[in-house]
Each structure stands twice: as C-alpha cells, then as structure tokens.
Design a protein around this ligand. Sequence first.
Ligand code: C5P
Length: 232
Amino acid sequence: MEKVYEGKAKIVYKTEDPDKYILYFKDTATAFDATKRAEVEGKGELNNNISSLIFQLLEERGIRTHFIRKLSSREMLVWRAKRFELEVVVRNISAGSLCKRLGIEEGKPLEKPLVEFFYKNDELHDPLVCYDHIILLGLLKEEQIHEIKHITFRVNEILREFFSQHGLILVDFKLEFGQLPDGSLAVVDEVSPDTCRLWDAKTGEKLDKDRFRFDLGDLLEGYRKVLEKLQG
Ligand code: C5P
C-alpha cells in the first residue's frame, strides 16, 4: 500500500478508491513534543477499537466524521480529508497545560466547557492561538471557526454523557477537523485515551496518556480499563 503520511501514532495509506484512506494505528507512544517516546505493544489495537467505537457513536448522533468502518485490529477505513492545521481542545475540568499556563490547580470543574485552539506546527511546538490568529494564519474562515466550535461543544455533550454512563469522567480532549471529499466539515484523526483525559469516576484513577507522560502506571492497563468499561 502507498503511504500518504506517517505521524507519531498513525500511518495513512491510499486505497484503490481515491476518496478512501486506511489509518494504521501504531504502538508508538510519544509525549512532550515526542522527546519522550516508547513502543507499547498493543496500544495501536486498543486505540483503534476505542476510536472506532466513539466515531460510530458520533455518527449515530449526527456528527460527521471521517470514519467508514473498522477494517482489522489496527486498521480503520476513513474518508480522505483535507485536514486543518489546528487542534481543538475542550476542557471540562482543569488539567494539563491549562493548569501550567494559568496557574490553576488540577481537578477544578469548569463552570462551562472551555475551548482552546492550537496551531498544529511542530517547529513552533503547537502554540495556543486566538480567533484573530486563526484568521491571520488563514487556518480557517470565520464561519468555519463558529461551525467547528458548535460541533465541538456538541461532541463534548455526547462524549461526556457516554463516558459518564460507563463510569468515566471526561476531563478534556482534543479534536481535529478536516473537509471530506463531498466538502463537508468532519471530525478526523482519532478519539482515544491518547487524545482524551479520562478518570475513573469512582477511584479518580487516571486511565489515559498521563500514565505515560508522568509515569503513573502501566499505559495499556489504563487503556484496557477504558475499553472494558465502554464495552461493559
Ligand atoms: O496538554 P493539554 O492539557 O493542552 O491537553 C489537553 C488535551 O488534549 C489532553 O486530553 C491531551 O491528551 C490532548 N492533546 C492531544 N494532542 C496534542 C495536545 C493535547 O491529544 N498534541
């Protein structure tokens, strides 16, 4: 298969259909601008499973995504998308870079969900950008910013409820957006414990990539617990 793109955690391949790509989930875990890196056998499979489950749910709830279907343990069939160079982060509880940047204590529930945009640019280390920066850089048009914010809040509502029903607290997560071959705006990339902070609602245990970032325990054990809860 011809490779289109290789990222830190996934590889994108072409298929016979020019409008469809295959996402291959790797076992590589990275953090802190990829200065911390490890191979974690089984991570790719878990993230493909969890992401597929979440994309299916979003599609059922009327959110357009690039997901077509899960092909194999590590592969997902997706629509080709022109990806925006932007990461959209939603926060329900303070954690991570929000605490570091603004001196807020971790674990404070936010009065209302907070949306942040980051410019996806390795050289610049993905800086936080405001509305006018996004326009200045030509990353999105004004109406696209509003549409993306609207979709993002809706995704947050759906996922918060879904995770909560399965004993998990959705602290924050990152979405990426792109344009599908038919021109529609869609959620792309993945939604997994690599891209979400998920805490056990009963014990408060962190079950996401923070385990790897801060050596909090076995990464796979956390991801496995997430999948088991979602399937349970
Ligand atoms: O690091 P920060 O607190 O800004 O991360 C917010 C959320 O976005 C976390 O769930 C994190 O896993 C996710 N994220 C991501 N990819 C990035 C940056 C953050 O998935 N490049």
